[in-house]
Ligand binder design. Structure first.
Ligand code: LLP
Length: 443
């Protein structure tokens, strides 16, 4: 498959003229998502993990078109909330496509999901504590149950996303066998174990990945043994062992122009090797890998000023549009689409390359996309593109400073369509005007 061999997509690969046309038509700031690239990314993963079940972590980008495209490819959907489960079902998922990963789940999430389970009995709930299992039982749920475990090993691009080492997630691995044997005795259909080591795992963290997966393999063998013993005792036919071991997602993508991509083949080989022989299927559920390089954020330059030590370039997108630089000091590539010249040849339309600080309109000093980055000297009216914005971009956008969220367009097979309109200030204030119109406890 030619698509599977397209190794990486850089910001410089996007067609500047096409992106400028989009902003002329839909305004700025604008999220652009290339669905064809999402499909390519699916095929790249599938080619590297031919014997695994591939799911998509919806939280990275929950746009309906993305969910529909990935379902069409054959992906399942990992959902972090009842809202994501609802959106997965609305995008055409069957119950069997859906895993709901319940992290300290609010009552109204459990109520909604257990209701949905009546209509979609093949959905799977992943519980991260014994309390969640009790609360499911209280609601009459005895369907497919997976247990999230805490492996005690984290990896990832920032402290805030090394979930595998964070106490809030999962049942400590050493208690997992007891919790699952008990759940099986209580009539749950125990189908899996799950953990997620962290997000944005790079090639130099593969040792942590390997150690994490090895623990999951050991645990799976212990759980299988315990479940089979327990079923022998109770005569339960529910589960005669695990159906799957879900090792989460986390595969990093290159954000810096010169960063090498992960070698997926060797990650897959390391995963198989570390897991060892397990009588269960392997499941992976990346998010970022599918969508990061399929998206760009376009933003107009409205201000250029010489500050003391740098040139500040004011743009109309900010930390409310794309929060990753402010929240994780994340690097995103930036390209001036107006001063582009021949980008492939490193051209800058004759403009001088100078250090610039690209800053948004939000009243916080952290509202910058980069500090002192070498870019062709910006001018008011230029259009900038911020790369790798397809993952955790719009999804983490807020209305802080009463700033409406931007529009999103999708590209597919040479067509462009508006997937989500730009919000207005009216959208921001609607919930005040409608304060009395819905029950205060409604979901
Ligand atoms: N599965 C579970 C249970 C997760 O918690 C996550 C991400 C994933 C899968 C997908 O991880 P991925 O393949 O996308 O790395 N907002 C942060 C990322 C937070 C990810 C949290 N969990 C960022 O922008 O870097």
């Amino acid at each position: 498959d030619a698509a599977a061999s397209v190794p990486v997509r850089r910001l410089s690969d996007w067609d500047a003229a096409e992106l400028r046309t989009l902003v002329d038509e839909y305004g700025s700031p604008l999220y652009v998502l290339d669905l064809d690239r999402v499909g390519e990314n699916y095929r790249r993963l599938e080619a590297a993990f031919p014997d695994a079940d591939v799911m998509y972590a919806v939280k990275a980008n929950a746009l309906d078109d993305v969910l529909a495209a990935l379902l069409e490819c054959g992906a399942g959907l990992e959902c972090a909330s009842a809202g994501e489960v609802q959106r997965a079902l609305e995008a055409g998922a069957s119950g069997a496509d859906v895993h709901y990963t319940a992290v300290n789940p609010p009552d109204r999430d459990l109520d909604w999901v257990v209701d949905a389970w009546a209509a979609h009995p093949a959905l799977t709930v992943t519980a991260g504590s014994a309390d969640t299992i009790d609360r499911l039982a209280d609601r009459g749920y005895d369907g497919r149950l997976c247990l999230r475990v805490n492996p005690g090993i984290g990896a990832g691009h920032h402290e805030k996303v090394r979930t595998g080492a964070a106490a809030k997630f999962g049942v400590p691995a050493e208690r997992a066998v007891d919790v699952l044997a008990d759940a099986a005795d209580r009539g749950f259909d125990v189908v899996g174990i799950h953990a997620h080591v962290g997000s944005g795992v790079s090639s130099d963290q593969l040792d942590a990945h390997r150690e994490f997966v090895a623990r999951m393999g050991d645990l799976a063998r212990d759980v299988n043994e315990a479940l089979r013993a327990s079923n022998g005792r109770t005569g339960s036919e529910a589960a005669d062992g695990l159906e799957f071991v879900d090792v989460g997602g986390g595969f990093g993508v290159p954000y810096r122009e010169d960063e090498a991509p992960l070698d997926l083949e060797s990650v897959a080989a390391a995963t198989r090797d570390a897991l060892g022989a397990v009588d269960a299927r392997l499941t992976i559920e990346p998010g970022r890998y599918f969508v990061a390089d399929a998206g760009v954020l376009l933003t107009d330059v409205n201000t250029v000023k010489d500050a003391r030590e740098t040139t500040v370039v004011g743009v109309d997108a900010g930390m409310t549009t794309l929060i990753r630089p402010a929240m994780y000091d994340a690097y995103h590539p930036i390209r001036n689409l107006t001063a582009d010249g021949d980008a492939a040849a490193g051209g800058a339309d004759g403009r001088e390359i100078v250090p610039q600080t690209v800053a948004g309109p939000i009243c916080e000093s952290g509202d910058v996309f980069c500090t002192d980055r070498e870019l062709p000297r910006s001018e008011r009216g230029d259009l900038l593109a911020i790369g790798n914005a397809g993952a955790y971009g719009y999804e983490m956008a807020t209305q802080y400073n009463s700033r409406p969220r931007p529009a999103s367009v999708v590209l597919e097979d040479g067509d462009v369509r508006l997937a989500r309109r730009r919000e207005t200030v009216d959208d921001v204030t609607r919930v005040q005007r409608e304060a009395g119109t819905v029950s205060p406890t409604d979901r």
